[in-house]
Write a protein that binds this ligand. Structure first.
Ligand code: NAP
Length: 255
């Protein structure tokens, strides 16, 4: 699979464990030119250091996906310096920590609003921003989790946000398909990242997957990276509106 000559935007890199980074790394190895974003000054150095390892120049730009002006500024900058976009990888998600440990019925209105805004609505905002830069077609990819469909301990409001995200993938796929813009999601098995560390009891979830997934092991971020490259590449040109599981097969199990 090659991404030679393709230009892509990747959001959601916090550090080297980030799933968005796994996709960015593989995409760069496959020949893509990248723009990477960081959220807040705290992460800028991380993202710049990681980008420097790619062996090619990447555009680095701040973007809080909850702020329309920052999303607009990002696409204006990309238009100016890259001219067009072939793919966008959306790896941003957030829910307040207490919402990922308290009983679900205690979810506050504000926690619900934030989780849905940052983790689901942002894909729509990014799709809108990317559209004018994808005149020749393109591919949008997001990251979701089984908690969208089934109850996982403490995933709580993030499960609701992922359900909205997966549904948005289908509506966006229908909306943008006539412009040859594809929209897909990877439903990844649990991987120990910064975001995952905020989910109470996450290590127990890892253990259950190791024990019960058909492949009897945990998902590796490189597996998500490889599938990400497939979905954004022309090899997946017939696939849109899809949620593809990269979870060692865990989702097929009844028990
Ligand atoms: P991660 O490394 O912590 O990445 C999440 C990223 O989202 C961070 O860079 C985070 O920045 C960013 N973010 C949060 N709020 C944002 C905002 N308002 N604007 C822009 N960026 C924002 O964790 P990850 O596990 O790789 O998560 C990537 C995606 O994969 C998420 O959608 C997650 O739900 C999904 N996923 C993860 C797993 C897993 O087990 N790890 C499994 C399935 C799906 P801050 O650090 O500043 O908040």
């Amino acid at each position: 699979m090659t991404l030679a000559g393709k230009k892509g935007l990747v959001l959601g890199v916090a550090n080297k464990r980030s799933l968005a980074w796994a996709i960015a790394k593989r995409a760069s190895e496959a020949g893509a030119e990248l723009a990477l974003t960081f959220q807040g000054e705290r992460l800028e150095e991380n993202v710049r250091d990681l980008a420097a390892t790619l062996g090619r120049e990447s555009l680095i730009h701040p973007c809080d996906v909850a702020a329309d002006d920052q999303v607009d500024a990002l696409f204006a900058k990309i238009g100016e310096s890259m001219g067009r976009l072939d793919f966008v990888v959306h790896g941003a998600a957030f829910a307040p920590r207490e919402a990922l440990s308290a009983p679900f019925s205690q979810t506050t209105r504000e926690a619900f609003r934030m989780a849905l805004d940052i983790s689901a609505y942002s894909l729509i905002a990014l799709a809108r921003g990317a559209q004018p830069l994808m005149a020749e077609g393109g591919s949008l990819l997001t990251l979701t989790y089984l908690g969208a469909e089934r109850v996982l301990p403490n995933y709580n409001v993030m499960g609701v946000a992922k359900a909205a995200l997966e549904c948005s993938v289908r509506y966006l796929a229908s909306d943008l398909g006539p412009q040859n813009i594809r929209v897909n999601a990877i439903s990844a098995g649990p991987v120990k990242t910064l975001a995952a560390a905020g989910i109470s009891g996450f290590s127990d979830i890892l253990g259950v997957y190791r024990e019960r997934a058909p492949l009897r092991r945990n998902t590796e971020s490189g597996e998500v990276g490889d599938t990400g490259v497939f979905l954004i590449s022309d090899a997946a040109r017939g696939i849109t509106g899809e949620v593809l599981y990269v979870d060692g097969g865990y989702h097929v199990m009844g028990m």
